[in-house]
Design a protein around this ligand. Structure first.
Ligand SMILES: Nc1ncnc2c1ncn2[C@@H]1O[C@H](COP(=O)(O)OP(=O)(O)OP(=O)(O)O)[C@@H](O)[C@H]1O
Ligand SMILES: [Mg+2]
Length: 408
């Protein structure tokens, strides 16, 4: 029988199209597998990140001794011994650098301290990196700050409080692949009996001295569970805002500084981080829409913190600073915006600004920070400019930490 025109045009009957949630789930599965394969290719053979080696010049600068002395130590066989390349260059692992600090402390009889660990009376520094504007540079700032401090010899804990888990990814943890259930901070602050010790959640990174609490989507549970917990609260239960601080108190002896990367929203997670913090760092990109968004963030934050303070939350901060991120010196409107912010906020703006650099964004493509990549992977001037900017910003924050401890 011949088909009439209408029958010929009709779609061929097929099974019902997949529901949208099935399509999205399938996309997620495929993407996750591809990302994992990508990592295996980037970091063979175990798909694990490892840290590069450091030149003797870098080591001397990091440890704060001169290159001649470092050379003498290696010639005399004292302290950790470097590998020597066929051209006679000495190179050190980061483990060597940490042992060199320990060696110098032990052999130097305390004349000078090479490990800047805090001592009795110096409080754990908890730096909350916050702003609810997406893409303001929170994760980039948090990762580079945590790694900078680690390279300087501090004992650092980085906490990824963002369900997007970019900080974890930068440290080699693919959130849906490597982070098991109850493997985020949520595990230590949840309200039910599945709560576990923060100590069991913390993981080491390939930077000796930098530990991480990774993030993934389960952190969202805290946003859902907190209103229920508030409604059913028994007297004596710690309120939501005390939970992060309480978890941190159980591991504080092992660290000098905690850096918390917050999500781009002002929910219970961010508020809890703010209450655990001893210092607040607000990265902001100096453009009109970003600054307007930050204004809304400041209004909401001050309202919410006032409520929390009334309920007994801790509101003592050693410092709070705005950090200009992705700054382009040749951009007139950005310079004007920075001038405007400086006139408003004065000393609460960090003097140094983080420059926009392809070295930072390119390193990000391979899930690395500028501290991990080596100089010869970039045009030297580009690398040097970015590194100088990073070091000056992080050096300024380091001075604030020192000041909070009452050190010179
Ligand atoms: N100084 C910089 N130079 C160049 N690119 C940068 C710089 N800082 C950040 N970026 C890039 O800008 C993007 C956003 O930065 P980042 O992820 O740090 O922001 P965020 O505030 O954590 O974002 P979100 O709110 O989504 O968590 C990233 O792609 C990052 O590589
Ligand atoms: Mg982020």
């Amino acid at each position: 029988m011949a088909l009439n025109d209408q029958q010929a045009m009709a779609p061929i009957p097929s099974a019902a199209p997949p529901a949208i949630h099935d399509t999205i789930a399938a996309d997620a599965r495929e993407l996750s597998a591809k990302l994992h394969a990508h990592r295996t290719k980037l970091f063979p053979p175990k798909a694990r990140k490892h840290l590069r080696r450091f030149t003797s010049g870098e080591v001397a600068k990091l440890v704060g001794i001169n290159d001649g002395y470092l050379r003498q130590l290696s010639l005399e066989g004292r302290g950790p011994q470097p590998d020597t390349t066929p051209t006679g260059r000495r190179s050190y692992t980061f483990e060597d650098i940490q042992s060199l600090r320990a060696y110098l402390d032990e052999s130097g009889k305390g004349a000078r301290r090479y490990r800047p660990h805090r001592v009795a009376g110096e409080q754990l520094q908890v730096i909350g990196v916050v702003n609810f504007k997406g893409g303001s540079g929170k994760t980039t700032t948090a990762a580079h700050l945590a790694q900078h401090l680690t390279l300087q010899g501090y004992r650092v804990l980085a906490i990824d409080l963002d369900p997007q888990a970019s900080l974890s990814a930068l440290h080699g943890y693919q959130p849906e692949f490597d982070v098991e259930e109850n493997g985020t901070l949520y595990g230590a602050i949840r309200y039910d009996d599945a709560r576990r010790e923060l100590n069991d959640i913390i993981r080491q990174t390939y930077f000796l001295g930098l530990d991480i609490v990774p993030g993934n989507i389960e952190l969202m549970e805290f946003e859902h569970e907190t209103p229920k917990a508030l409604a059913m609260r028994q007297s004596g239960d710690p309120l939501f805002f005390a939970r992060v601080a309480r978890a941190l108190a159980t591991v504080q002896d092992r660290y000098d500084v905690v850096v918390i990367d917050c999500p781009p929203q002002l929910g219970f997670l961010t508020l809890s981080a703010l209450c655990a913090a001893t210092a607040i760092l607000i990265p902001v990109h100096p453009q009109m829409l970003d600054v307007m968004s930050m204004c809304q963030f400041l209004i909401m934050t001050s309202d919410l913190l006032a409520v929390v303070a009334k309920a007994g939350g801790n509101m003592n901060y050693d410092w709070m600073r705005y950090l200009v991120t992705r700054y382009e010196p040749g951009d007139g409107p950005q310079a004007q915006m920075v001038g405007f912010m400086r006139s408003l906020f004065g000393d609460r703006m960090l003097t140094n600004m983080m420059l926009k650099s392809t070295a930072i964004s390119d390193a990000g493509i391979t899930k690395q920070t500028l501290y991990e990549v080596s100089r010869d992977q970039f045009t030297r001037a580009t690398y040097d400019r970015a590194m100088e900017s990073l070091d000056s910003v992080n050096g300024e924050i380091q001075s604030l930490i020192q000041a909070a401890w009452g050190r010179a």
